[in-house]
Write a protein that binds this ligand. Structure first.
Ligand code: NAD
Length: 485
């Protein structure tokens, strides 16, 4: 049983919440309440934004980039020192399998902090340039106060996606974890205290959609960095558009893995499968549409069916388990609803399709494979966010590219081939933000990541990710200006 909390972390202080509202954190495996935490309300948002505005004029944003980098490195090391504790907590609060949690939930987050720390040490925050009429100085300054809204599927990782660049840029940030996964943010707050981060820089406000919207709309917020569903992203973007706030959106996906006719199935299918089902199928970059050449269709279907059938399901804390329960009852029902739709629209159910008989408790869905799927079907067009895969046949390479691109989304994707150059050629044609050639590592923590089309606006990671937390200022200097030697 995780420990219940009664305070909120606002601007680096542990404070009494403005209301008595609470959130029950429920284990997706036992269906029992494992902790209760305060639910942040509008008054808490006001307080956090005030603290952040004050911090903008405080010591932290005035640190040199190298000093800010040192703080981020310290934070990364402190998280790393408690990696197992974080991994176990995330497994408990949202059912992420232990086989994924340590690397996928925790070390992936410390790698983000390390990446931004390195970047802060080398990024050109101030650059003398030759202007049209004389010398100029181009400066990159903190965007101001940021609001970061994150989903529950990779909670610590998502906070890192927002907090690391904010700290590198000198932007105080108000973070809103999902109500399903507030516990890891409490542990992170303890660490921020431990490393003595200057007050005001960070607040954690676990709450739902309404409070999230209040935060986005708050006049004290200069920039919003949002990760979540495309539906919520549209609402956030509309508010930011109206208020001319800077906004970055990391949204849903429906990525296609193209198996080319020369692929070595014995090597490539086992490499691809962890991405298709990772984190119980709750990953934005999951390769959930598998495009198979008609000439080798049965062979591909057999290999994937065997892999899906062999996927172990059960207690997420058991290291041999690959697929644990889904985050919430509502999510389980949503996924089962998509399976019903797949059946109703004429897709052929090859594996799974229901709740596993071995798990009488917990919000499980069997690893499920549909074959003979037409790309126009709902299960091929909408993001399911569960362990459900669709195999879609294609005629030739250009047909495969056409099907991959026939999607509202454009977040990730991959191609599997014996000929890497042929794979790169396919990668050039698919309209998506990140792509793997014989690789499922479509998130490189030091390179830009984000979506085309309805998968988002803007990029995280790399210089592009840091730029999203910076404003650009051009200072025009006198023609005879000489910098001090
Ligand atoms: P969600 O959109 O329901 O919620 C995400 C977060 O936004 C939560 O904190 C929620 O409380 C908040 N929220 C919801 N509506 C809001 C609104 N109108 N205004 C302000 N805040 C609001 O998504 P979810 O179910 O928590 O997460 C799953 C989704 O996240 C999937 O679509 C997945 O693809 C996406 N995701 C994308 C990425 C990426 O990097 N592109 C990464 C992880 C998850």
């Amino acid at each position: 049983m995780a420990e219940s909390k009664n305070l909120l972390y606002i601007g680096g202080e542990w404070v009494t919440p403005s209301t008595t509202n609470t959130i029950d954190v429920i284990s997706p495996f036992t269906e029992e309440v494992i902790a209760t935490v305060p639910e942040a309300a509008e008054g808490d948002v006001d307080r956090a934004v005030e603290a952040a505005k004050a911090a903008l004029d405080g010591p932290y944003p005035r640190l040199s980039p190298a000093e800010r980098a040192d703080v981020i490195s310290k934070l990364s090391a402190a998280i790393g020192a408690r990696a197992m504790e974080f991994a176990e907590l995330i497994t408990t609060e949202m059912g992420s399998p232990a086989s994924f949690s340590l690397m996928g939930q925790v070390f992936s987050a410390t790698m983000i902090y390390d990446g931004y720390a390195n970047l802060a040490r080398t990024y050109p925050f101030e650059e003398p340039r030759a202007g049209a009429l004389g010398p100029v100085l181009v400066r990159k300054e903190s965007v101001g106060v940021s609001a970061g809204i994150v989903p529950w599927n990779v909670p610590l990782f998502e906070i890192a996606c927002k907090l690391a660049p904010a700290l590198a840029a000198g932007s105080p940030i108000v973070l809103k974890p999902s109500p399903e996964t507030p516990l890891d943010s409490y542990l992170l707050a303890e660490i921020l205290d431990e490393i003595e981060l200057p007050k005001g820089m960070v607040s954690f406000l676990p709450a739902g959609r309404e409070v999230g919207e209040y935060l986005v709309r708050h006049p004290g917020i200069d920039k919003v960095t949002f990760t979540g569903s495309t539906a919520a992203g549209r609402k956030v973007a509309a508010i930011c558009g109206e208020q001319l706030k800077r906004v970055t959106l990391e949204l849903g996906g429906k990525s296609a893995a193209i198996i080319l006719d020369d692929a070595d199935l014995a090597t490539h299918i086992p490499t691809l499968m962890p991405s298709a089902l990772m984190n119980n199928g709750q990953a934005c970059v999951a390769q959930t549409r598998i495009l198979a050449p008609r000439g080798r269709y049965d062979e591909v279907v057999d290999a994937i069916a065997e892999a899906v059938r062999g996927t172990s399901v059960g207690d997420p804390s058991d290291p041999s388990v690959i697929v644990g329960p889904l985050v919430a009852e509502r999510q389980r029902d949503r996924v089962l609803g998509y399976i019903e739709k797949g059946n109703a629209e004429g897709a052929k159910l090859a594996v799974g399709g229901g709740r596993p008989a071995s798990q009488p408790k917990g919000w499980f869905v069997e690893p499920t494979l549909f074959v003979d799927v037409d790309n126009s079907m709902t299960i091929a067009q909408e993001e399911i966010f569960g362990p459900v895969l669709a195999v879609i046949p294609y005629d030739d390479e250009s047909d495969a590219v056409r099907i991959a691109n026939d999607s509202d989304f454009g977040l990730s994707g991959s191609v599997w081939t014996a000929d890497v150059e042929r794979g790169i050629d396919v990668a050039r044609q698919v309209r998506t933000g990140t792509y793997g050639v014989n690789s499922i590592a479509t998130i490189d923590i030091q390179q830009p990541f984000g979506g085309f089309k309805a998968s988002g606006i803007g990029r995280e990671f790399g210089p592009e990710g840091l730029s999203a937390f910076l404003e650009t200022k051009t200072i025009v200097l006198p023609g005879d200006y000489q910098p001090p030697s």
